[in-house]
Design a protein around this ligand. Structure first.
Ligand code: GAP
Length: 489
């Protein structure tokens, strides 16, 4: 593979060709930054979701999950600060009329510098940008763009407007169901799932008799009107988040922030992806709700980029919901405070949030798994594309392949299928040569293929082929199910 940009393009094509991801409404030429998951993509995505959900809820006795609605009362977004603060500085090119998010424009420029070997300059430009963004210094940012002669990719000119803020929330009308006292019927498509957790904090705490510290997890769709939506499923307008809010005593946020940083990194590396593919990046410009924040970055084909955010959100959200709803968002803590010898009493909990984009996790997993292998021998040229997915995430766990469509082999294969499909996803195929069938399974990342041949009729054994090593071994039919189950647990 020539370079990372070619590799990224190859991954995108592979996702389409093998039923992982299609552009949305493609017959109408697609919709920018919106994608559909195909037959294998939706399986892989579901397996990532399940792995996150189980590790968060089943493995932590003090974390429960919810599934809140996408639509929320409009005041939610006033209280959360999204109406006033969920903005990104934008700049327009007067010639092409193209609008850019300022940080993306400058980041793209620094990537170009890096590609040209000017790493020091790239670092300096990014450091200047971070400092100016932290001060909301729009004039300074415009100067940075002009001084570095950053041009519009479409018009090729430097003819920029001033920088302005642009709110990223999508809104729609709610019809007659919103009461007539509301000034307008505007409702928003949630830009994060977290607020569905905050507004249900007391419902869950009381009905579940939860004791602090405890967490609420949620997986669901979020929507952002990203201006420069690009890089495939990295930045989408409709995407899914897997978020967890961990409610803690005020003053303990530093300890729990460090705890969740470590815990989340462990989750990532537990999938078998090497630790050097991940790194932490501390935020310099903090979001409007945070007193500390960092990203877990992953080395995507286009370089290290944000995969997950870990945020110490203080009591910002609950306090504001209390103020806007006029309903107390307090917890009564009867644990004894060692400083006073008395119960801690009532307080608004602080929150540590872990927030990962499901689609970004999908991209991380598939781009790490995508492998092109040259299998040529002196006699014959050969190659294959294989997705070396962690077996527990693979869309299909086992392919069952009768060598020929006769002599009773399909019947034996069907018996194996019936035995295994109750436990994990299996694929049955009779068509084409066995070599072609193996390659198709490699391309979707199926970790095991069993072939039923004439010997199977004699001794009740099959060959099992391992995806990554391509090694084959003869095993009793009765051991196939356990062998696969052991690999996907
Ligand atoms: N509740 C906190 C929150 O939403 P964020 O850093 O804005 O924080 C969290 O988003 C995660 O959601 C990101 O780390 C990323 O994985 C994912 N994400 C955010 N915007 C996205 C987009 N436009 N497309 C795909 N994933 C996105």
């Amino acid at each position: 593979m020539a370079n990372d940009s070619n590799r990224f393009q190859a991954i995108i094509s592979h996702c389409k060709e093998y039923g992982f991801i299609f552009p949305s409404s493609e017959i109408y030429d697609g919709l920018q930054a919106v994608y559909d998951y195909g037959q294998w993509g939706s399986e892989l995505k579901k397996n990532i979701k399940d792995y996150w959900w189980d590790s968060m809820t089943r493995m932590h006795e003090n974390i429960v999950g919810i599934d809140a609605a996408i639509f929320m009362h409009p005041t939610t977004w006033k209280a959360s600060g999204h109406v006033d603060n969920f903005n990104d500085p934008m700049i327009d090119n007067k010639d092409s009329k193209k609008r850019y998010r300022v940080d993306h424009l400058i980041e793209a420029f620094s990537d170009e510098l890096r590609a040209a070997g000017q790493n020091d300059k790239a670092d300096a430009v990014l450091a200047d940008m971070d400092a100016l963004l932290a001060k909301d210094d729009f004039a300074g940012l415009k100067k940075l763009i002009e001084e570095n002669k950053i041009k519009c990719a479409v018009s090729g000119t430097y003819n920029w407007t001033d920088i302005r803020q642009f709110n990223l929330m999508f809104s729609t009308e709610f019809g007659s169901t919103v009461s007539s006292e509301d000034a307008d019927n505007k409702v928003y498509l949630r830009p994060e799932t977290a607020q569905g957790i905050f507004v249900n904090f007391l419902n869950v705490q009381k009905s579940g008799r939860m004791k602090i510290p405890f967490g609420i997890a949620q997986i669901g769709k979020a929507f952002r009107n990203e201006i420069v939506a690009r890089q495939f499923i990295f930045r989408m307008r409709e995407f899914e988040q897997m978020e967890m809010q961990f409610f803690i005593q005020p003053g303990t946020q530093k300890k729990w922030y460090e705890f969740w940083k470590e815990e989340r990194l462990k989750w990532h590396t537990s999938l078998g992806i090497p630790a050097d593919k991940y790194r932490f990046h501390d935020h310099i410009k903090l979001a409007h709700y945070a007193d500390a924040a960092c990203d877990i970055e992953f080395e995507f084909p286009m370089g290290f980029k944000e995969l997950e955010g870990i945020h110490s959100r203080t009591d910002f959200d609950l306090r504001n919901h209390q103020e806007y709803s006029k309903k107390k968002q307090q917890y009564f803590d009867n644990d004894i405070d060692p400083a006073t010898g008395k119960p801690y009493g009532n307080y608004i909990p602080y929150v540590i949030e872990t927030s990962i984009g499901l689609d970004r996790m999908f991209l991380a997993v598939i781009s790490h798994a995508y492998t092109e292998e040259d299998l040529s021998t002196p006699e014959k040229k050969d190659d294959r594309v294989v997705l070396k997915l962690p077996p527990r995430l693979a869309p299909m766990k086992l392919a069952i392949l009768p060598l020929v469509k006769k002599d009773g082999l399909p019947e034996i294969a069907r018996q194996i299928m019936d035995e295994c499909k109750l436990h994990f996803r299996c694929f049955y195929e009779e068509k084409d040569t066995i070599g072609k069938r193996y390659r198709r399974m490699d391309a979707i990342g199926t970790p095991f293929c069993v072939t039923v041949d004439h010997q199977s009729k004699e001794d009740n054994t099959v060959t099992i082929r391992h995806r990554d090593s391509m090694k084959q071994e003869r095993v009793p039919i009765t051991s196939v199910k356990e062998l696969v189950l052991n690999a996907i647990r």
